[in-house]
Design a protein around this ligand. Structure first.
Ligand code: SAM
Length: 209
């Protein structure tokens, strides 16, 4: 588990990011979700925007401003989405009604989500914890649901943007471990619409249920 003081410093750093950064994160996240839903589902009827409410679970958010961003993105993509966020610390997210304090390496309390989304969460987890978190996310899906775990180059290649307290992520090793656990993962690689270099090249590990 990452030290609390390190996480506090991380939240403070994100809270001090200018609105331009947050606007770029919205564009980045929106382009990623749209791409994965398109590629992973081919927008089958199941995933086309509709008035039928879909339950979405987001795993971790560094900044409170991301809560409304995730809400906007999934309602735009799905038509009607109720978005819940699990985070190991709910304080920095204002402890709102859609935030649940939960460690994603432990089994999830509720099992009823259509879609699970994590963005750069894996670098906060050890390789063992990464497999646990993806497995827990898969278990929480309804039949026909899908989870997407988004990873960028710094955590895959260990570039300068990766902090000394963050972990490397090996998508091939994760795919192998997940298959061993009976969870077939689809790996998608593409460029997001980010104006920040290290957020452009994107790997999505998708586990449909
Ligand atoms: C999701 S990641 C990276 C996020 C990226 N910057 C963003 O917000 O889109 C960072 C968040 O994950 C949370 N986190 C780290 N380890 C966690 C764990 N084991 N369980 C739940 N949340 C965790 C941290 O508290 C932090 O808010």
């Amino acid at each position: 588990m990452i030290d609390k003081n390190i996480l506090e410093a991380h939240y403070a750093e994100y809270a001090s990011q200018p609105q331009e950064w947050v606007a770029n994160m919205e564009q980045t996240k929106r382009s990623i979700v749209a791409h994965v839903l398109d590629e992973a589902t081919g927008y089958t009827q199941r995933w086309l925007p509709s008035s039928q409410r879909r339950n979405v679970l987001v795993l971790g958010a560094s900044d409170k401003r991301y809560l409304s961003i995730h809400h906007r993105i999934f309602n735009a993509e799905l038509g009607n989405a109720s978005v819940t966020t699990y985070d190991i610390d709910a304080e920095h997210l204002g402890r709102g009604p859609t935030v649940i304090e939960h460690d994603v390496t432990r089994p999830f309390p509720r099992k009823e989500y259509d879609l699970v989304f994590s963005h750069e969460l894996m670098k906060f987890l050890t390789p063992e914890e990464q497999v646990l978190a993806i497995g827990n996310a898969h278990d929480t899906l309804v039949r026909g649901g899908l989870a997407m775990h988004i990873i960028h180059e710094p955590s895959i290649k260990g570039t300068a943007e990766l902090r000394e307290w963050q972990y490397r992520v090996d998508p091939s090793e994760l795919e192998r471990r997940l298959l061993w656990d009976g969870i077939p993962a689809i790996r998608l690689e593409f460029e997001s619409e980010s104006s920040v270099d290290w957020l452009r090249h994107t790997v999505a590990l998708v586990t449909p249920r």
